[in-house]
Design a protein around this ligand. Structure first.
Ligand code: PEP
Ligand code: MN
Length: 352
C-alpha cells in the first residue's frame, strides 16, 4: 500500500507510522517530496490493517496496490524512475545507449572498442567477463581479468560499465568493478542471484527470460527491489517463439506494456533479439519509436573474429550510423540521444 501523509504531517508522525508498519514485519520506503511525504509499505497484506493505518495521525490517504509486484508497479511510483549511473541518466528524457562487445577479449581490444562506441554516441560500455554459454565447451569469459580490462576502459573513456554476473557468490566481486550488474535472460528467475544483487545495492539490468511472462519479469525485479535496491532497469532481449529465421523474437509489445505496468526504465536489446547484425538496426529503431528508455547493442570491430556473438555484432561504423538514425526517431517521439561528447583535447581547443 501507499500511505500519503498530510502536508501538515510532522516528522514524529511520519516516524510513528514507519515504526508501526515495521513492527508488523512490513518494509517501508519513504519518498520525501518537497510538499509531502509518501510512504511505500511492502509486505504481507494480512499483517496490517489498512483502515487502522488510515486513522493514524498525519495520514491523509491509504492507497492499496493491486499488483503482485509492489515496488515495481506504476501504482507505487506513478512517475518514471530515472536512475543516475555515475552521471548517466537512465529513464529520463535522453535515451541511454549502451554498447560494446559481447565478451571482453583483451585489454587493448576493450579500450579501442570503448573509444569507438563512445565516439559513436554510446554513454555506457558493455562487455561480458562471465559468459552464460549454451555449450560448456564454448569460451566462458575472462573472469576477473575481463573485469579489470573493463575498469581500465572506464578509466580511459569515462563511460560507466555494465557486465553480467551469473553466480550469487560472485556478486560482491563483480559489484566491485561494475556500475551496473547485468542479470542474463537465463537467470531471470535465479532467485538466489536476484537476492544477492538486491543486497549489493548496485544498479541492475534485468533481462527478460526467453520464456518469461511480463508478470514474472516484474516479479523478478521485485525480488531485487525487496531488498531496498530500487536501481533496476528492465531489458527486453527477445523471447523464444516458433519463428526460425531470427535467434529470438523481439517482443515490441513488451515495451509499452512494461512501461504502463511499471515505472522502471525499459532497455531494448536488438542484438540478442535478432541474432543477425543486418536486422539489428530495424529492431533498434522500432524499439526507440515504441518508447524504449535505452538500448544495449553489441559492437565489434571484427565480427568474424569475435569470441562470442559475432554474427549479431555491428561494426563501429554501422553502429555510429544507427545512432544517428535512432536520434531522429527519438526526437520524433519527444526524446533525444545527445551527440557524442567532444574529445576533451578538441573541446579545449574549441572557442568558448
Ligand atoms: C549477453 O548480453 O551477451 C547475453 C548473454 O544476453 P542474454 O542473457 O540476453 O542472452
Ligand atoms: Mn552476447
Amino acid at each position: 500500500m501507499i500511505v500519503v501523509m498530510k502536508t501538515s504531517a510532522t516528522k514524529e508522525e511520519v516516524a510513528a507510522l514507519m515504526s508501526r508498519v515495521e513492527e508488523v514485519g512490513c518494509k517501508v520506503h519513504p519518498i520525501i517530496g518537497e510538499e509531502r511525504t509518501v510512504i511505500g509499505v511492502i509486505g504481507d497484506g494480512t499483517t496490517i490493517d489498512r483502515h487502522q493505518v488510515g486513522r493514524m495521525k498525519g495520514v491523509e490517504q491509504v492507497v492499496p496496490i493491486s499488483k503482485p509486484y509492489k515496488s515495481a508497479s506504476r501504482e507505487y511510483h506513478p512517475e518514471d524512475s530515472v536512475l543516475n549511473i555515475n552521471g548517466v541518466m537512465v529513464g529520463g528524457h535522453d535515451l541511454a545507449i549502451m554498447a560494446g562487445p559481447c565478451s571482453v577479449e583483451g585489454r587493448t581490444h576493450m579500450i579501442e572498442i570503448a573509444h569507438a562506441c563512445k565516439e559513436a554516441g554510446a554513454k555506457i560500455l558493455r562487455g561480458g567477463a562471465y559468459k552464460p554459454r549454451t555449450s560448456p565447451y564454448s569460451f566462458q569469459g575472462l573472469g576477473e581479468e575481463g573485469l579489470r580490462y573493463l575498469a581500465e576502459a572506464r578509466e580511459e573513456t569515462g563511460m560507466p560499465i555494465v557486465t553480467e554476473v551469473m553466480d550469487p557468490s560472485l556478486v560482491p566481486l563483480v559489484a566491485d568493478y561494475a556500475d551496473i550488474l547485468q542479470i542474463g535472460a537465463r537467470n531471470m528467475q535465479n532467485y538466489a542471484l536476484l537476492n544477492a544483487v538486491g543486497k549489493s545495492g548496485k544498479a541492475a539490468l534485468l533481462k527478460r527470460g526467453m520464456s518469461g511472462t511480463i508478470k514474472e519479469w516484474l516479479l523478478a525485479a521485485e525480488y531485487i527491489m525487496s531488498h531496498g535496491n530500487h536501481n533496476v532497469m528492465l531489458c527486453e532481449r527477445g523471447i523464444r517463439t516458433f519463428s526460425q529465421e531470427t535467434r529470438n523474437t523481439f517482443d515490441l509489445n513488451a515495451i509499452p506494456v512494461a512501461k504502463q505496468l511499471s515505472h522502471l526504465p525499459v532497455i531494448a536489446d536488438p542484438s540478442h533479439a535478432t541474432g543477425k547484425w543486418e536486422y539489428v538496426g530495424a529492431v533498434a529503431k522500432g524499439a526507440v519509436a515504441a518508447g524504449a528508455d535505452g538500448l544495449i547493442i553489441e559492437v565489434h570491430d571484427e565480427p568474424d573474429q569475435a569470441w562470442s556473438d559475432g554474427r549479431q555484432s555491428l561494426k563501429p561504423e554501422r553502429f555510429a550510423k544507427l545512432v544517428t538514425q535512432m536520434r531522429a526517431i527519438a526526437q520524433a517521439v519527444g526524446r533525444d540521444i545527445p551527440e557524442a561528447h567532444m574529445n576533451e583535447a578538441i573541446a579545449d581547443l574549441a572557442p568558448a
